[in-house]
Design a protein around this ligand. Sequence first.
Ligand code: AAM
Length: 328
Amino acid sequence: MRLLLPAGTTETALVDGISAAGATPELMKHTPSADAEILAYGRPVTAPVTPVSPNGCPTPAAVTRAVREILEFDVSIVDAGLAEPTAAPTVDLGVDPGADIRESAPVPEAAAIFDRAATYATSLPDDDLVIGETVPGGTTTALGVLTALGEPAAVSSSLPANPIECKRRVVDDALEASDLSSGGLDGQPLQAIEQMGDPVQATAMGLVTGALEADIDVTLAGGTQMIAVAALLRHAGLEGPLSIATTSFVADEQGDRLGEACYRLNCELTVTDPGFDGREHVSMERYCAGEAKEGVAMGGALSLVPEDRLPMVLDRFEVVCDRLGIDD
Ligand code: AAM
């Protein structure tokens, strides 16, 4: 099994109050680079910060890393538009950061990125891939492409109180900037990413397509951003079942909408509950309060953990938090 992590950025994350995937907008551009280092080395190496929410909730990369330290799976990080350097080894597919979706073409190279990611994934030696994401602002760009495709527009948030009205305003402005109406790009997924999305979506879509072509089993590891990737794949004509693994934090927030979206997109849904409510640790309490919720393949990584090893993973998460300087 290999975890593939497309890591990138969109300037859409700079909209005030739209994301908690970083303590401040200035620090948020380092989040994907730091997430990559945490996954690869267990702590930031050259990135200036450990990504935390404004309330100090640590990045889901810390959970995925804890699982990795117990289960020891391979990881490849794909540079899907990093804006800052990372000391993690990355696969270079020549992907640039995404612009604000309120510009007319935030991902002008979407089709080329898709092709390169598909070619890369087709060549992998693995039997199983878990594909995650890290892209602050990614739930807003997910709303962007879902709206352009004419799919039900329900997305989660890294904030406990989802700033959904703010996201809708940004998406409305983005539609206007691209001279589009809702549903105007039905059946045109790469165009939807080019005009309304982010480079991580183009990369993830290509990775899944290439892997499935090579008969590699794929799990989409994430919440509503992966629902958006699944919708993009369906609009590209991909048939056959897909599979999504996400956390109970996303499932609790989304209620029936998550299962309905998976049913409509023919996606098998796995929801993992890490049992954080049974522990007294400030990071776990913050997750239980609805912060962060998912990201960096957290739900997919947790879905690999046999039940009897979950306590070991939680112990290790505490060790990782300690290493990252997060108070307990
Ligand atoms: C990724 N790194 C993170 C993080 N994510 N570090 C701290 N907190 C998170 N939540 P939004 O659209 O609200 O920004 O949520 C999406 C982001 O949150 C993604 O980067 C996802 O991987 C997660």
